[in-house]
Design a protein around this ligand. Structure first.
Ligand SMILES: Cc1cc2nc3c(=O)[nH]c(=O)nc-3n(C[C@H](O)[C@H](O)[C@H](O)COP(=O)(O)OP(=O)(O)OC[C@H]3O[C@@H](n4cnc5c(N)ncnc54)[C@H](O)[C@@H]3O)c2cc1C
Length: 395
């Protein structure tokens, strides 16, 4: 069987235009703002997305009928990586988390009316959104079955009560997709349901921004309360009690697109470091000529190529319509750790400059750390990977 890893001309063109936009517009803005998205704000987001629309690269992932380019997973990979070369690039193309994953979920699960109301404005960045699953202990975290937020039947709809945190983008989002328990009890899997909750709903309240190492996600990571939050039957996304299944529909592709974006930052870190060691002279030689420096450069390149290969393999499987649970877990675990190693080596190669705020490497180190925790901590993925392997060998 022939294996052809080339992308079509249309994808190559999107990549080239994304690279140009990132180089000429996005990186200068990122550098001016030290990679901190709050200092760009909503106005900056709108401007960035206008620039992406003018460049013809906005919403590469969204269905064509909603203004996107309709790319599958394999074709997304090089475009997302090109956007990910800057912390602000994914926001410019409207492919940042959590909106990008929510577009995918809505395209897969929403009714035609819900698509018009939520997917259409989200796809091209007219609104933002958030995905509210995680709860403070003892609620849902690594183990979704601990879900405590409940949705109870009321005439004509549902009442949601619960407490969420680390909800990325919640401040300023037009709507939330909230996971709430509709059957069973915390600790057993039971049934969860996804609800579309409008920001204007008085029962949903952003309590605070949780301060974190990273600062490149618009709308922060927020603590959110749902108290007497009443929604209609038309707020149910998909079927009642099927929320855990839909979470997998969202998470497989979403964790893979995270890998694509962070791979872009891995490449940027490598470019910054190689640029430094190519010029810097110590002990009568350029750093780049020293063996131990070359080893760090080579190890970065190996991590970049291995990450890309794993992402490609997972994408291919997803494009076949399979769940790709094992391959997306493997890719997510490897890339989250590889990108951390790459940025850390890049910091080392740049010496004191690497830990300074004069270049963005120290910001990248802070930004990539959380990727080993969200979308499944590395330990949870390893646990799941091993269980699947053991199951294959059990009779
Ligand atoms: C920056 C950031 C953004 C986020 N954005 C969102 C969002 O938008 N929406 C949302 O719903 N959530 C979001 N989260 C939450 C994220 O999904 C959770 O942090 C994650 O699922 C882990 O849950 P937890 O924090 O409760 O950790 P816990 O469940 O308390 O786990 C703590 C640690 O225990 C270990 N562990 C857990 N299970 C196992 C196991 N089976 N074997 C071995 N070790 C294990 C792991 O090391 C894990 O890190 C975000 C988190 C961060 C940091």
């Amino acid at each position: 069987m022939a294996i052809d890893l080339r992308h079509g001309d249309d994808v190559a063109d999107l990549v080239a235009r994304t690279e140009a936009l990132v180089r000429d517009t996005v990186v200068p803005l990122e550098e001016r703002h030290g990679g901190v998205i709050a200092s760009v704000g909503e106005e900056g987001r709108v401007e960035l997305q206008r620039a992406a629309a003018d460049a013809g690269v906005l919403a590469p992932h969204a269905p064509r009928e909603y203004g996107g380019h309709g790319l599958g997973m394999c074709d997304r990979a090089p475009v997302f990586e090109a956007a990910g070369y800057s912390l602000f690039g994914p926001l410019a193309l409207n492919i940042a988390a959590p909106d990008e994953g929510n577009v995918h979920l809505l395209a897969e699960v929403a009714t035609p009316e819900q698509k018009e109301r939520y997917l259409a404005p989200l796809a091209t960045g007219r609104v933002r959104s958030c995905f509210a699953m995680t709860e403070p202990a003892p609620g849902a975290g690594s183990d979704p079955s601990a879900l405590t937020t409940s949705a109870t039947r009321v005439p004509g709809g549902w009442r949601i009560d619960g407490h969420k945190w680390f909800i990325t983008g919640a401040d300023g989002a037009g709507f939330a997709i909230c996971m709430a328990r509709t059957s069973g009890t915390p600790g057993d899997r039971g049934g969860a349901t996804m609800f579309l909750v409008d920001a204007e709903n008085p029962g949903m309240r952003v309590v605070r921004h949780v301060e974190t190492l990273d600062q490149s996600m618009i709308g922060g990571h927020c603590e959110v309360r749902f108290d007497d939050c009443v929604v209609g039957d038309d707020a149910v996304l998909g079927a009642v009690d099927e929320g855990f299944t839909y979470a997998q529909v969202r998470l497989g592709p979403a964790r893979t697109t995270h890998c694509m974006r962070w791979l872009g930052i891995g490449r940027r870190a490598q470019d910054l470091a190689v640029g430094y060691v190519a010029e810097r002279k110590v002990f009568g030689a350029r750093l780049a000529e020293l063996g131990m420096v070359q080893q760090l450069i080579a190890d970065n390149e190996i991590d970049i190529e291995a990450s890309r290969a794993l992402v490609t393999r997972a994408c291919w499987e997803l494009d076949q319509g399979r769940s790709a649970a094992q391959l997306t877990s493997i890719a997510k675990t490897f890339v989250a750790e590889a990108v951390w190693r790459i940025v850390d080596r890049a910091v080392q190669l740049c010496g004191a400059l690497g830990v300074s705020h004069d270049i963005l490497l120290s910001r990248y180190l802070r930004e990539v750390r959380a990727f080993r925790i969200y979308d499944g901590p590395s330990e949870v993925h390893r646990w799941a990977i091993a269980r699947r392997v053991v199951k294959r060998h059990s009779h």
